[in-house]
Design a protein around this ligand. Structure first.
Ligand code: FBP
Length: 552
């Protein structure tokens, strides 16, 4: 592999650990905190997790390391979508494990959770790990989306662990993967396997956070990468003064990514799914809202602008989710074959009109033709519409175009509207981690090993106080069950980690809300530029606006 100069330079970067973990392995001791309760449904969660529920939160501090001497063979997996910093979690884990004893070993199970079932692994060496330090991506061992959730899978994993003498597994994943980590930990405890499970909070979406977990890793780098690109486009728009850019950004459900990018770049428009749902906004209302900004700017001679659209937006529009549910029903099972057998789009259109309620057909009717057809083309393996593939940036720009044409006909708008479309998602998931993510991830991995060494099971590696310099970060752990509640999933009550959506009374949204009217009409763009890896701390170690506002 040919190495870029930046990659060579990043190998030399020494990630910063929290102050309390900097004194060497021999001087890390545990400070016990209070016993925990789950965020809701305490009795039910307690009954489901009799062996791992209610344990104490802990923090590490400087003091004599009293953990028992024991050879550790640890397995690690990366689960779900890529997020910058994953390689540093693995290298932090490896370094703490080897610093404790050269005899310890780290197994990397390949391709995500399925690697644990298929027993497909590599044993890490210094040479192998060193190629991945401070780099983006998950290619060190790969990732996957297989869910580890059945008793049968757990049994196979337990057998594989026994075969290799594995003492602990570290699961690096999002809310679903960490939910499964808690269930696996409980299974291991109930069956006296002696294997521990530790989770690490990952996802660029930023929706795995709560009063304990201040942010998931990868959010910082991904949003900085998108914001750099958005800022560049804003500057281009402000130079050429002829295009309106519609930028969709990743974030499957929550709009944290869109909101953070808006705080960093001050675009004219940013839709927030959670607000759309709370206000029960219709497609027509959202379109009107964007068209108002286009028209107001045109009246000032500015026929250009930028709108950020979160990936998950359409599911938050009540009338659109109803339409999707009806389409899923309309094409369920063999009904899809009858639909696909129809020769022309006209025939298909008549079939759709017949099958939808009048209310949903009205919504369907106003959609641009391309989106209408997309709704019937893209199906997931269960036959459902793949909402994340809907080109919502095009949906809204085309609806705005129609809306402006009507305004023009009524003499209420005289501008020119030339939209361009972008989708930023994969561009940010494997970027070189920012210094923040490089430090945070290394600390999460290092800390995960300390939790293993002290015998904890069913805990999440927790590093907090993140808006302060790394020296002041606090390392510790908390039982995953603390973050759980019962939710209805696929027709059954399930214990899950609650997904964190954008809070409309939270400081990041409030800040955005207080400024967006001005941003909609004036040109207030800010240009964050590229992530800086070397240079002054005030430029290189910046956290996200979201974190800064939440902790202010
Ligand atoms: P995770 O929740 O697993 O971290 O993944 C998040 C995400 O990046 C979403 O933003 C996006 O919708 C999705 O993954 C894309 O998934 P895939 O990689 O399977 O295309």
């Amino acid at each position: 592999m040919k190495l870029s100069p930046l990659q060579i330079a990043r190998y030399q970067y020494n990630p910063k650990l929290p102050g309390m973990l900097r004194n060497g392995i021999a001087e890390i001791c545990v400070k016990n905190g209070a016993p925990t309760e789950s965020v809701a449904d305490q009795e039910k969660i307690k009954a489901l997790f009799p062996n791992t529920y209610g344990k104490n939160e802990i923090t590490f501090e400087k003091g004599e390391n009293t953990s028992p001497a024991k050879k550790q063979i640890v397995g690690v997996i990366l689960s779900g979508g890529q997020a910058p910093g994953g390689h540093n979690v693995v290298s932090g884990l490896y370094d703490a494990l080897k610093a404790t004893s050269k005899e310890n070993e780290l197994y990397g199970f390949k391709g995500g959770p399925s690697g644990l079932i298929d027993d497909d692994f590599i044993v890490f060496t210094d040479e192998y790990i060193n190629q991945y330090r401070n780099t983006g991506g998950f290619d060190i061992i790969g990732s996957g989306r297989t869910k580890l959730e059945t008793e049968e899978q757990f049994k196979i994993v337990a057998e594989n662990c026994k075969k290799h003498g594995i003492t602990a597994i570290v699961i690096i994943g999002g809310d679903d993967s960490n939910t499964n980590a808690a269930v696996l930990a409980e299974y291991f405890a109930a069956n006296n396997t002696g294997v521990q499970v530790i989770g690490c909070p990952k996802t660029i979406d930023g929706d795995l956070k709560n009063e304990d977990i201040e942010c998931s890793f990868g959010f910082d780098t991904a949003t900085k990468t998108y914001s750099e690109l958005i800022g560049n486009i804003e500057r281009d728009a402000n130079s050429a003064k002829k295009y309106w850019h519609f930028v969709k950004v990743m974030g499957r459900s929550a709009s944290h990514v869109a909101l953070e990018c808006a705080l960093e770049t001050q675009p004219n428009i940013c839709l927030i799914g959670e607000e759309v749902a709370a206000k029960k906004m219709s497609l027509a209302q959202i379109t009107d809202y964007i068209a108002d900004s286009v028209a107001a700017r045109a009246a000032k001679g500015m026929n250009f602008g930028l709108a950020i659209i979160p990936e998950g937006i359409v599911e938050f529009v009540p009338e659109f989710s109803k339409l999707i549910a009806e389409i899923n029903e309309l094409l369920a099972g063999s009904k899809a074959d009858a639909f696909n057998a129809l020769a022309t789009w006209e025939e298909k259109y008549a079939f759709i009109k017949n099958g939808l309620t009048e209310e949903s057909f009205k919504v369907f009717e106003i959609l641009p033709a391309g989106i209408q057809q997309q709704l019937f083309l893209e199906r997931d393996p269960h036959g459902n519409v793949q909402v994340s593939l809907i080109e919502s940036e095009k949906l809204f720009s085309e609806m705005v175009k129609k809306n402006l044409a009507a305004r023009k006909a009524a003499g209420a708008y005289k501008g020119k509207f030339s939209p361009l479309h972008h989708f930023f998602g994969y561009e940010g998931r494997c970027a070189f981690p920012s210094n923040f993510d490089a430090d945070y991830c290394y600390s999460l991995g290092y800390n995960a090993f300390m939790l293993i060494q002290y015998g904890y099971n069913g805990y999440l590696s927790k590093v907090s106080n993140l808006s302060k310099p790394a020296e002041e970060w606090i390392a510790g752990g908390m039982p995953i069950t603390k973050m759980m509640n019962i939710e209805r999933r696929h027709g059954a009550d399930k214990p899950v980690i609650r997904k964190a959506l954008v809070e409309l009374d939270g400081a990041p949204f409030k800040f955005f809300e207080a400024h967006r009217d001005e941003w909609a009409v004036e040109t207030c763009f800010t240009f964050p530029g590229a992530i800086q890896y070397f240079g002054p701390s005030e430029v290189c170690d910046l956290t996200t606006h979201t974190l800064a506002l939440e902790k202010a």
